[in-house]
Design a protein. Structure first.
Length: 285
């Protein structure tokens, strides 16, 4: 994906003659009303949300290598590919910093190796404490604090379901990408750049898949957050080595659509439930 950096003085990012709005310090109610309501939804870039986040000061390739380098992560050539491999996280971070390294000898990838499946917030709650989107994002998903409820309780299990299935850190060198897709279970999404830049191509709801030209494009800078409403297809490409944080959510603006897919697409939420050992055991035949 090729892109040019937007003018840092511009108030909006554009493509195809349209614009993506930018807002600073918007409230959750204003976000719902102005950008997430059915029939009039539109993406928006938020600034100021990450002010004061420890993640913006602490998270880096060096920090993750030093603190979590002994873990293993899944890498792939693009999100959704079946070309999946597990590697040591520290070794992968060496590759992110120097993509000329042969990460997986004998294995081939169409694009740089990507780590888009690391969801560490249950095992490492200290990472979940390093950011907070609740000032802007009204989220009806079970709160992470419920993990501290009694072991095996419904509250704790559902909180793990959310953290393992709807929150991720995407890490990779320049050139990693996610093809055009819709987010799961009719959820909205928030996407924050911790470091590096990514380009987002977006298509209005209902655009046929064969229409390749995006309706909107934006390059997301470190510290910025892009809100993508339900139904907006999007593709993402890394312009630089980057760390991205993302989460899916629902609230009054999309709750009916979310629960409709819960009932009509049980295989989707069950796949996420299998990420939680206790829930996986309950789903086993």
């Amino acid at each position: 994906m090729s892109a040019t950096s937007p003018n840092p003085q511009a108030s909006e990012a554009s493509a195809q003659g349209q614009t993506i709005a930018r807002r600073n310090r918007i409230s959750a109610s204003d976000l719902n009303r102005a950008f997430l309501s059915r029939g009039s939804s539109q993406p928006v870039v938020l600034t100021g949300l990450t002010d004061g986040w420890p993640a913006m000061e602490r998270w880096s390739f060096d920090h993750f290598a030093k603190t979590y380098g002994d873990e293993r992560v899944i890498v792939t050539d693009f999100l959704g590919s079946k070309n999946l491999h597990k590697v040591g996280f520290g070794r992968y971070l060496d590759y992110v910093r120097d993509p000329s390294l042969d990460l997986l000898p004998g294995k081939q990838a169409k694009t740089p190796w990507y780590s888009p499946y690391w969801s560490p917030f249950v095992d490492h709650p200290e990472l979940a404490a390093d950011f907070d989107v609740s000032e802007v994002v009204e989220n009806w998903m079970p709160d992470a604090s419920a993990i501290e409820a009694s072991d095996g309780s419904s509250e704790a299990l559902m909180a793990q379901w959310v953290l393992r299935g709807f929150s991720w850190l995407f890490i990779g060198p320049a050139g990693t990408y996610t093809p055009r897709h819709l987010d799961t279970l009719n959820t909205h999404a928030w996407n924050t750049q911790i470091c590096g830049r990514k380009r987002f191509d977006l298509w209005v709801p209902g655009r046929p898949a064969q229409d390749e030209t995006p309706d909107l494009q934006v390059v997301l800078e470190p510290g910025e957050t892009l809100i993508i409403p339900m139904g907006w297809a999007h593709a993402v490409g890394a312009l630089e080595a980057s760390i991205s944080l993302t989460g899916n959510f629902f609230n009054a603006t999309n709750s009916a659509a979310f629960f409709r897919t819960i009932y009509t697409q049980p295989e989707v939420w069950q796949a996420k439930a299998r990420l939680v050992p206790a829930l996986k055991a309950q789903l086993a035949p």
